[in-house]
Design a protein around this ligand. Structure first.
Ligand SMILES: Cc1cc2nc3c(=O)[nH]c(=O)nc-3n(C[C@H](O)[C@H](O)[C@H](O)COP(=O)(O)OP(=O)(O)OC[C@H]3O[C@@H](n4cnc5c(N)ncnc54)[C@H](O)[C@@H]3O)c2cc1C
Length: 402
């Protein structure tokens, strides 16, 4: 498809998380001129902004690792391997879920490299700030960067902002949270340094420490099992998800409170480690991440919403463009995740219409904002699936008629 002369790019991708990387690579591999815009100074989305240090969704749940996502995501894994990460899938013995552990500096560099090799133009420190549109198409986006504003016209656009910022700016009517307006909890995964690696982590001591703290502490944790933790590859640091925060809404005031609470809680939680858990006497807080982890925000209108029934029955379909393979993981109640395994053959097909904006012909969705109902969202939002929906969105966006 040739683009009109007034277009600067074939495809503009907003957001540099897994969805946006997949979209940019997908469109570039189709032969498109692609621009990816990211508001932070690095790529990676939640993996690098919020200490979310495991790719989920690459494999189906079960005793053997059956691959559900390949394509451009494999190019990313190859770059990570070149930087020393083994990227071998790790299986949780309790859930039989397979994950790939990450180290954030490697993720940032691997993503720079993979986009450079694919010839994608990247603008960091730049956010999509406004949209010009006709009744059924986006014509251009206004980008706000360090030097001010500029307008970029393209044949098609991919919203991979996680928060549906592009769709919102285009005036689409977005749902906030679930169908009752309830948002999944945010969490603040922590990186902890200074641990004595010769001492295995004593979960019972951790639980005991929190039993004491929760009686009077200002930031009690709802996770009664000591939380989820692992060792970050190549660092010896502990990755620890223990602090959750119920979000009432998407206001800046609420986000400010959540960020500040996370930082305060992190101080208390490291002190609990130091006082109660052997091997952590010299522990310190390495990072709360540039920002808290946002599980859910806005859902833009799509031409099809994947349903919980699609997932629980493992629905396969001829118009499927990506596989959802992660179990439904629901965080409606802060700190108390609920899991439902997928049915059928252990995955469900995601149709292209989940990636197509309702009401705009040249806007596509990638990553966690694709069309999905409340329950299905708990599966499709993981980063492995986001790479896959991103790739499909990018490829489809390139082929949209100009
Ligand atoms: C606490 C927590 C734990 C999780 N655990 C896991 C896990 O273990 N494994 C897993 O796979 N998934 C996990 N998830 C889910 C997963 O991290 C996200 O759903 C996933 O990152 C979604 O990818 P995305 O590309 O759609 O969005 P994001 O990763 O959120 O990326 C969106 C990007 O868009 C950028 N952006 C936003 N607005 C603009 C704008 N206006 N202009 C330019 N750029 C913009 C953002 O800065 C960001 O980089 C977790 C999530 C949370 C919060």
């Amino acid at each position: 498809m040739s683009r009109k002369p007034e277009c600067d790019y074939d495809v503009v991708v907003a957001g540099g998380g897994a969805g946006g990387i997949g979209a940019a690579l997908g469109a570039a591999l189709e032969g498109g001129d692609v621009l990816l815009v990211e508001k932070y100074g690095f790529l990676g989305g939640a993996a690098t902004t919020s200490n979310v240090l495991a790719y989920c969704g690459f494999f189906q749940q079960g005793e053997t690792a059956i691959k559900a996502v390949g394509g451009v995501a494999d190019l990313v894994l190859d770059e990570l391997r070149a930087l020393g990460l083994d990227c071998d899938p790790f299986c949780s013995p309790t859930t039989l879920n397979w994950i790939i552990l990450l180290e954030p500096e490697a993720v940032k560099l691997a993503l720079d490299r993979v986009l450079t090799k694919a010839g994608v133009d990247v603008l960091l420190h730049t956010r999509v700030a406004a949209v010009a549109r006709t009744a059924d198409r986006i014509q251009s986006v206004t980008l706000a960067g360090m030097e001010g504003r500029r307008r970029i016209a393209a044949k098609a656009f991919v919203d991979a902002t996680g928060d549906a910022n592009l769709a919102m700016l285009a005036g689409l009517d977005c749902r906030i949270g679930n169908d009752r307006g309830h948002l999944q909890a945010v969490s603040g995964p922590l990186r902890i340094g200074g641990r004595d690696l010769s001492v295995p982590i004593d979960r019972a001591a951790l639980i005991k420490g929190f039993e004491v703290y929760n009686q009077t502490g200002k930031y009690p944790s709802a996770r009664t099992d000591g939380g989820i933790y692992t060792t970050i590859p190549g660092t010896g640091e502990m990755w620890w998800m223990m602090f959750d925060y119920a979000m009432p809404d998407l206001s800046s005031e609420s986000f400010t409170k959540a960020e500040q609470a996370t930082r305060e809680a992190a101080q208390d939680y490291v002190e609990i480690l130091r006082q109660h858990v052997p091997g952590f006497e010299h522990a310190y807080l390495a990072s709360t991440g540039p920002q808290i982890g946002v599980r859910e925000s806005r859902h833009p209108p799509a031409r099809y919403e994947l349903t919980s029934e699609d997932l629980l029955t493992g629905r396969q379909r001829s118009d499927g463009i990506a596989k959802a393979a992660w179990p439904i993981e629901n965080h409606t109640v802060a700190g108390e995740p609920v899991y439902h395994s997928l049915g059928g053959d252990g995955y469900a097909d995601i149709p292209l219409d989940c990636l197509r904006a309702k009401g705009l012909d040249n806007l596509f969705y990638a990553g966690r904002l694709i069309g999905a109902d409340d329950m299905a969202y708990g599966s499709i939002r993981v980063m492995g699936t986001a790479f896959a929906t991103g790739e499909a969105a990018g490829r489809a966006a390139f082929h949209v008629s100009g």
